[in-house]
Design a protein around this ligand. Sequence first.
Ligand SMILES: Cc1cc2nc3c(=O)[nH]c(=O)nc-3n(C[C@H](O)[C@H](O)[C@H](O)COP(=O)(O)OP(=O)(O)OC[C@H]3O[C@@H](n4cnc5c(N)ncnc54)[C@H](O)[C@@H]3O)c2cc1C
Length: 417
Amino acid sequence: MNIPESNLPRVVIIGGGFAGINLAKTLANKNIQVVLIDKHNYHTFQPLLYQVSSSGLEPDSIAYPLRKIIKKHKTSFFRLTEVEQILPEKKQVLTTIGHIPYDYLVIATGTKTNYFGNKAVERNSMPMKTVPQALNLRSLILQNFENAAIADSKEEREAYLNFVIVGAGPTGVELAGAIAELKNNILPRDYRDLNAEDMHIHLLEGASRVLPPMSEHASKKSAHFLKALGVNVHCNTFVKDYDGLTVTTNSDLVMQSETLIWAAGVTGAPVKGLDGNALLEKPNRYQVDAYNRIVDYNTIYALGDIALMNTPKYPKGHPQVAQPAIQQGKHLGKNFKRLLAKQKLKPFQYFDKGSMATVGRNKAVVDIKKLNFGGPFAWFLWMFVHLVFLVGFRNRVVTFLLLQFDIRCRGMDQAVE
Ligand SMILES: Cc1cc2nc3c(=O)[nH]c(=O)nc-3n(C[C@H](O)[C@H](O)[C@H](O)COP(=O)(O)OP(=O)(O)OC[C@H]3O[C@@H](n4cnc5c(N)ncnc54)[C@H](O)[C@@H]3O)c2cc1C
């Protein structure tokens, strides 16, 4: 892999997500050789993927080159490759471009889409976990509008204009809101030969309310915002089957739709090679101690979504959202410095900064400890927080302008591929 040999201890980080880049930044120029590995050459800001899918943002606003993040770190290296296996007995990582020895290994590979074993849904639905997937979804939405314009029958047109989103967590709610904005603001203007009334957005949720991880208040408020935008919300509803056209559910609800968007859950994306108690099968996450060290492995750590740290406050592990990943990445970086200085390590403690979700333009819901609110102020707060954590100054400026002024009509100029 052409990584120079050095006398410095080598930390290999698998994954340039929130956890991986924050660890790499904290270790910059600290007498440690850092090798960051990712199967993409960019960091993805996943919270804004739905904006790419719905033509609100260009992909380069939310994807940032990993090499740029470490370009000023003299002892850091990046390699674009997929890790296939860990060989703990040899202290090596096997990748598609060769193997690399490590002194310390950090697994920060995040999650992948969970279809809960439903092969038909996996084959026929659209996931939204990566930039290419978000772009595929954008193309499909625009292609559907074009197909609807030339459809021979009402039924055919309706199937093209029926958008079914499964999972009313933050991703599903945000996407439903954004597609509803397309229906309400863009369709009447750019597709004059289509009737916006023929377009329907259905949001299906297995739980009894939308945004199940958030407060009752956030749930009620977002359901109200969704209704006002024209989204049909179906709670206590599971998808049983989808053949690419017919959606069947656990209730009487059966729909014809060319588009089923799967936002119903994620599962860990572990790497082969560790055994024993390291990987907990059900959540597919590595069991780690309070220092993010994987149980039974002294020199291998896991961070972020892929790590499961049981604490009295979080007996099932921290929520799989950006903040634990960011905080764990920074914390492990500081602990590595302590380790090499032969100082005592500090256990990780999660500081919950709250959660939020946006519902269409200018509206959001926010839970910060016992404070729950929604509306335009929540949206400003949502935008501010997202801009702060977005990597790269240019990305922040462009994203601010596009979100603030909603220049979504740009999306309609996109090529359909
Ligand atoms: C659509 C969507 C919306 C979201 N919205 C929010 C939100 O609004 N707020 C919030 O807090 N959280 C949100 N999340 C969750 C948040 O993005 C994750 O919790 C966070 O990204 C976890 O960070 P991570 O570093 O653990 O993993 P990730 O950010 O997923 O990074 C994992 C990295 O590992 C790489 N990788 C994986 N396997 C390999 C391999 N074998 N070899 C090489 N590289 C590999 C991947 O390419 C990726 O770059 C959202 C997630 C999604 C999918």
